[in-house]
Structures are given as C-alpha cells and as structure tokens.
Design a protein around this ligand. Sequence first.
Ligand code: ZN
Length: 106
Amino acid sequence: MSDAPESFDCRNCGHHVAGEPADHHGWCKACRTVVVKRSAAWAVLPAVVVVAAYIWLLTYFGLLDSIFIIVWIALGVALGWVAFKVARRVFFEVIRNRGVKPPTTN
Ligand SMILES: [Zn+2]
C-alpha cells in the first residue's frame, strides 16, 4: 500500500480528509461513526425480541421457579448480548452498503 495514510477522499461523503486513517472501506471517521451509532440503535430491537422470547420460554416451561434461576438469568443476559452483537454486525454491513448521508462537518 503506497497510499498516503493521513490524507484521502472518503468513499461515502467524498470529503477530502486529512489527519486520520481511512478504514478498510475508505470511509472517514465521521461517516463510520454514523453507521456505528445507527446499527447499534437498530440492534437493540432483535436483542429485545430474543430476550423476550427467552423469558416467554422460561415462563412456559415453569423454569422461573427453578433453583437455577440465576443460571437462567445469566444465560438470558448472555443470549441478549450475543443477539445484540450479531445484529449490530449485520446492520452495520447493511447500513454501510446502502450508504449514509454525509455527516455535517464543522
Ligand atoms: Zn466520509
């Protein structure tokens, strides 16, 4: 790679950016931040759905009265977290592929 690392044209907003490295898609930090924020916001939805379904399952099978309730709760939190991470990753790619509005600079 012989590109100058500190100066590039962002592939999303087209701004000429200096003083920061481009990510591997050639996006500037401001554009990337928009995608990260948006995908995190969207990822909450499937995570909540997964946890809700999990809680429903627990109640359905009467496991909430079990002595393993701590284990079930820990498992539910882990499940929600994994769902959030996976969904955020998916949404990140989807939103990035669609492109975001150039963030207003200055
Ligand atoms: Zn940009």
